[in-house]
Each structure stands twice: as structure tokens, then as C-alpha cells.
Design a binder for this molecule. Structure first.
Ligand code: MSP
Length: 654
């Protein structure tokens, strides 16, 4: 039976749409999960949503919906969390929502268990509360009187509440952090110990009575469980801890690693181990605190209006290019500055120039010199040695970095070999060898085979990062399932000697920087407009008319026989209409800004036909076409009332 590997992402607050920062962590977790599967592990990859708390309750109230309806829309609605993970090709095995019934009842049992064993007691909470972060703080923890995490205002809070005896675990937590590799990277340890443990670890307030959107404390109505207790235990309830929904707890717990952003390391490395000790379950093996993606040096947040939309980027550059960029560019443990220019540059340099060129040049040469299939004959040369040595060492070097969650370094190892292969083409000069195939055929076949093998090995190791593109790469270089495996990445020579290639489409087309930046601006602008209330309808209705007056309007269906722009007018179109009388009717209409004349020919429209004729630009207009007019994002819009073509000309509209 294969060894288990359990990895998690933080579960996301569905208070807003997710941005590229959230995507970063989930893509990293996905790459790690895929890497472990590639190695043969039986992987459990969990993600989900953290749906309780005052912030959600408030946001739902503002939106005029129930909290459940509010979170449902962001989690499972169009372009919500679930959709985003599909788009990003996230291979999670399980998705937990903290509003799932099994989780709610498990949290009640867990809370009771901690209460019964004396770790949770009732007291009075007096302190400060940061609403956006859902965090309680003591005076001494505030920075300049503000929330130490987000820098925003905090509010006074005093209420009857339950407390978790976190202080009791202070020494054990300090030892865990300082003397083991539980928390990574190491730099985070000092931060936790100096900022939170050394000043004195206080008991944690773990229930609230001032709002209701949370897991109710079943033995004390009016209290809901603090959102971080509810959230942290998701890692266990999603496996079946304290519930019957799943039966995987014994097999997968303790987690191998929780990937979390740096601002929530505190909860994961101090509160979480203490809670695990309290309920008597083993600790997760590691917590890794990754850095933030910054925009213009600051954290992205909806309230600052500086979030980057992963939908726009994935649609423009492709999912795999975006996934690759995130992990190739920023060291996982540190902050990184996001920019569109950096993204485009990474695609062009690494993917289009280095990898894309290697694949397209190699497959093109195998096609040109050998009709697509290599002969078996070989002739080695010392020129091959360095490339072969680097390719053979690659899997080990890559693994060493991946085991440290150093995605950037692992990818750097792969791209070193890709560059080396491109240089090998220049050194071996296949185009010179090809001039005398009789003398050099075996040597040329060897060069081609070496290039295909290096490409294949790199492709195997790039699968966790770009799963979809690597499938296409394998199809082009003739690498079937058996040589896409972890084992085969350590075996130079796994491709069959007489391998056939298929020249396919360019895997990573070069991006035109200016065009792409302009398209991104346009997409961001369109997204901003789409987020505005869609249609502003004129609120003022006309005064009422009596019924007879209304009936005196003769409204008819008319068919457009011809439509022409009126010379010297940029507003008017001149319609020749069949109104059912047998005589053509001419109507002029000021709609040239909205329609091209030719697109209206043949359409069935509605017109008032008993208005007195009047002249416009020297032409007579006998009636008026009906249309709907409204304002959208400050711009006037007009739509002719286009009727069903089955309606005959002259039919009365009433
Ligand atoms: N609900 C909690 C997690 C509970 S886990 C038991 C939460 N949710 S969150 O939606 O606010 O954040 C989820 C993750 O996204 C966090 O790890 C956070 O660090 C990460 N990121 C949010 N913005 C980010 C960046 N700009 N850059 C990188 N990661 C970022 O916290």
C-alpha cells in the first residue's frame, strides 16, 4: 500500500471574490499535491471555505440576503471559489465548507470535549476586536492602537464568553517552535516566539454572543463558537474526525503540511497545536508560512481596490502559464511584488523562448531530417556528456528543492537543463550534420534522441506545475504514459530508440507586451463596469393617459425592405417598410449610432403609423419606430423592438 500524504490550504473567507494572492497559495498546494502523487504517494489534498463569523453576517446584511445565501453565491455561484479552482485546474480531493452539517455538529462535539476536559471555561471578555480579521487583541498587542495584522481600527469588546486555556500550553508551544522543525521557514519562528509567546500567552476567547452566524454552543444557547476554532478543526473534520461523513482520519491524520499565509501563522503555530493537545490528537507534522503577493509594495485587498483578478489573467495567458509564473517567480517563503510586466516577461523568456523553442526546434528537426521517426542507429560523442550528466542529476536536484517547498528553486533546476539543451543544439549544429546523412545519420539521430530525452525528463518534472501543457508536450515528443512517470525521470533512455514525434501547435506562443497590457487594461475596465449595477432605469414614469387616447395610437408590425444611412446625417437611417397596405412606407429614425443599416434589412419591427408626416433632412418620415432606451454605466443605450418574424406586416400591436 502506498504511503499517505495529507496537505491543506487555508479555507477561504467567502466575503469577497478571491484574488491572485489566494490563488497563489492554492496553486502552490496543488503543485505539491501533484508532485507527491507523481512520486507515488496516496495524496489527500483539502481545500474549502470558512463561512462563519461577524464579517460574513454584516456583509450579508448589507446585501439584503441571508448569510447562507450570501456565502453560497461566492462559493458555488458563477465565477465563485469552486469555479476558480476548476479554472486553475486545482486537483483537490475534498472541499469542505464550514457550514456543512457534518462539520457543524463535529465542532459542537469538539467544543464540548474541550469544555469537559477543563480547557474551556466561562469568563468575561474585555479587550479589543478587529472585525475584518475576526481577531481579539489585548491592549499590549495593538500597534499604535490599531490591529497588529491589518493596521485597521479596533473596537472595544466586553461580553460573557468562553475561554480556551492557551496560557497553559505556552511552554510546550515554545518548545515545539524552537526545538523542532514544526514551523517553517525558520524565520517565522522568531517572529512567533518574540511577538506572541515571550510577552505572555493569554487565554483565547473562543465564543461570542454579539452575533449569531456561527456554530452554536449547544450546551449554552446564545454563544457561537469563535470562528478560528471552527475553522482550524476543518483539517480534521474533513477526514471524519467526530463525524460519520468520512472515514479517513486514521489513514491521513496527522497532516504532512498545512500551507498558510504569513498573517495566519499565529493561529496555526500557536493556537492550533494547543487545541490538538487539548482534544488529544497528534499534531500536524509541519506548518509552512508563505509570503504575500504584493501590489505596488502593499498587500492586495478589496478594500484598497488593488486586487488582481485571476480570471482575467488565466483567460488571457492560459491557466498553466499563470500557475507556472506564480511558482517560478516568487520564493514561496517571502513576499513578492506582482506585476503584469513580470508575468509577461516570464512567459516570454522561460516558456516561449526556452522551453517552447526547445520543443518546436527539436520536433521540427526530427520531422525534417528523419520524416518524424528516429532510426535506431546511434553514435555518441563527448559533446553529449555534460547535457546527459545534467539531465541525469536533475530529478535528484529537483526533489531536494521540492521537499523544502522551494518551488522557485526546483523550477530553476529544470530551466538550467532546458537552457543547457538549447546550447547543445548550437554546439552540435544538427543542420551541418544533416548535409551528409550517410556519414552523419547515426550521430544526428543521437543528438535528436538526447534532445527528446531531456525534454521528456523536464516535462515529467514540470507536470505538477503545468499539467495540461505537459500532456501536449508529451504527445508532441512521442512520450506515452509509461515514460511520464517519476521513475522514468531518473532514467535517461526511457523513450523507445525509434521514437516518433508529432509536430503540433506552439505550446507557449510569445506574448506581445504592448498588446497584452492593453488587453488587460480593457478587461479590468470591463470587469469594473460589470461590477456596477447593471442597468439604471429611468425612475420617473410618464403621466398617465386615458385609455381612449392610448388606443388612438395605431401600432403595427412592419418589415424592413430597405435601410440606408441618410447623407450628411450621422444620426438618421431611412427605412423603406412593408406595413401590410401594399404601399411602401418611409420612416426616418435617429438610430445610426446603434445599428448598421444592412443588419436591419429583413427584420420585423414595431411602428406608430398614424403620426402626421414630417420632413427631416429633406426626406419625409411617416411614423416612428418603437425602441427601448436606457442608461448603462452612464451611457445611453437603445434597442429597436424587434418582433418575431412570424408576425405578418401590418399586424396590429396592442
Ligand atoms: N479563513 C482564514 C483561514 C482559515 S484556515 C483554518 C483566512 N482566509 S482568507 O481568505 O482571508 O485567506 C486565505 C489565504 O489567502 C491566507 O493564507 C492568506 O494568507 C492568503 N492570502 C490572501 N491574500 C494574499 C496575498 N496577497 N498573497 C498571498 N497570500 C494571500 O485567512
Amino acid at each position: 500500500m502506498s504511503e499517505k500524504f495529507y496537505i491543506t490550504t487555508p479555507i477561504y473567507y467567502p466575503s469577497d471574490k478571491l484574488h491572485i494572492g489566494h490563488t497563489y497559495c492554492t496553486v502552490a498546494t496543488d503543485a505539491m499535491a501533484r508532485y507527491k502523487r507523481l512520486q507515488g504517494y496516496d495524496v489527500m489534498f483539502l481545500t474549502g471555505t470558512d463561512e462563519h463569523g461577524q464579517k460574513i453576517e454584516d456583509r450579508a446584511k448589507e446585501a439584503g440576503v441571508t448569510p447562507q445565501a450570501f456565502v453560497d453565491k461566492i462559493v458555488t455561484g458563477p465565477k465563485g471559489v469552486v469555479d476558480l479552482w476548476k479554472l486553475m485546474n486545482i486537483s483537490n480531493d475534498r472541499f469542505i465548507r464550514t457550514t456543512d452539517g457534518y462539520h457543524v455538529s463535529a465542532i459542537q462535539k469538539i467544543f464540548k470535549k474541550m469544555h469537559d476536559n477543563g480547557d474551556i471555561y466561562k469568563g468575561k471578555y474585555v479587550g479589543k476586536y478587529c472585525k475584518p480579521c475576526e481577531s481579539f487583541w489585548t491592549e499590549s498587542q495593538l500597534v499604535d492602537g490599531k490591529c497588529p495584522d491589518c493596521g485597521r481600527e479596533v473596537q472595544d469588546a466586553e461580553e460573557e464568553a468562553y475561554f480556551f486555556r492557551l496560557s497553559k500550553y505556552a511552554d510546550r508551544v515554545q518548545h515545539l517552535l524552537e526545538d523542532t522543525d514544526f514551523l517553517q521557514p525558520r524565520s517565522r519562528v522568531h517572529e512567533m516566539v518574540n511577538n506572541f509567546i515571550k510577552p505572555g500567552l493569554e487565554d483565547l476567547c473562543v465564543s461570542r454572543t454579539s452575533f449569531t452566524w456561527g456554530v452554536p454552543v449547544d450546551f449554552d444557547p446564545g454563544h457561537v463558537v469563535y470562528v478560528w476554532v471552527d475553522a482550524l478543526f476543518n483539517y480534521t473534520t474533513a477526514l471524519g474526525y467526530q463525524n460519520d461523513e468520512y472515514q479517513d482520519f486514521d489513514a491521513f491524520w496527522p497532516a504532512d503540511v498545512h500551507f498558510v499565509g504569513k498573517e495566519i501563522v499565529r493561529f496555526h503555530s500557536i493556537s492550533w497545536p494547543a487545541m490538538c493537545w487539548s482534544v488529544g490528537i497528534p499534531l500536524p507534522k509541519h506548518v509552512f508560512g508563505h509570503g504575500w503577493l504584493l501590489l505596488d509594495g502593499g498587500k492586495m485587498s478589496k478594500s484598497k481596490g488593488n486586487v488582481v483578478d485571476p480570471y482575467i489573467l488565466a483567460e488571457q495567458f492560459g491557466t498553466d502559464a499563470l500557475r507556472f509564473f506564480l511558482l517560478r517567480t516568487f520564493p514561496f517563503g517571502s513576499d513578492g511584488n506582482f506585476s503584469n510586466e513580470l508575468l509577461i516577461n516570464t512567459i516570454n523568456v522561460d516558456l516561449a523562448n526556452d522551453l517552447g523553442n526547445l520543443v518546436s526546434r527539436t520536433t521540427a528537426m526530427v520531422g525534417k531530417y528523419f520524416g518524424g521517426t528516429l532510426p535506431a542507429a546511434r553514435q555518441a560523442d563527448p559533446l553529449d556528456d555534460d547535457l546527459l550528466a545534467q539531465a541525469s542529476a536533475l530529478r535528484g536536484n529537483y526533489e531536494e528543492q521540492m521537499e523544502k517547498y522551494a518551488f522557485q528553486n526546483a523550477l530553476a533546476e529544470v530551466f538550467k537543463v532546458i537552457s543547457r539543451a538549447n546550447k547543445y543544439i548550437d554546439e552540435t549544429m544538427p543542420w551541418v550534420l544533416s548535409r551528409d546523412m550517410e556519414a552523419n545519420g547515426a550521430r544526428l539521430a543521437t543528438v535528436m534522441y538526447n534532445l527528446l530525452e531531456v525534454t521528456r525528463i523536464c516535462g515529467v518534472l514540470l507536470q505538477p506545475f503545468m499539467p495540461e501543457r505537459m500532456e501536449r508536450l508529451f504527445a508532441q515528443i512521442g512520450a506515452d504514459e509509461g515514460v511520464r512517470t517519476w521513475d522514468s525521470a531518473a532514467r535517461f533512455g526511457a523513450l523507445p530508440a525509434e521514437v516518433s514525434v508529432v509536430k503540433g501547435e506552439n505550446l507557449f506562443p510569445r506574448v506581445d507586451v504592448e498588446q497584452a497590457l492593453a488587453a488587460l487594461d480593457a478587461a479590468a475596465e470591463a470587469a469594473k463596469r460589470a461590477a456596477l449595477p447593471p442597468v439604471e432605469v429611468e425612475p420617473q414614469l410618464e403621466e398617465s393617459v386615458d385609455f381612449d387616447t392610448f388606443c388612438s395610437c395605431d401600432l403595427r408590425a412592419v418589415k424592413v425592405k430597405d435601410c440606408q444611412a441618410v447623407k450628411k446625417s450621422n444620426k438618421l437611417l431611412c427605412f423603406t417598410l412593408d406595413d401590410g397596405t401594399g404601399t411602401d412606407r418611409q420612416i426616418l429614425s435617429g438610430i445610426a449610432a446603434y445599428y448598421k443599416p444592412e443588419e436591419l434589412i429583413g427584420k420585423t419591427l414595431a411602428a406608430i403609423v398614424n403620426l402626421p408626416a414630417r420632413k427631416m433632412m429633406g426626406k419625409e418620415s411617416c411614423g416612428m419606430l418603437l425602441s427601448a432606451v436606457h442608461t448603462e454605466h452612464g451611457e445611453e443605450k437603445l434597442h429597436l423592438l424587434i418582433l418575431d418574424d412570424a408576425i405578418p406586416a401590418g399586424a396590429k400591436v396592442c
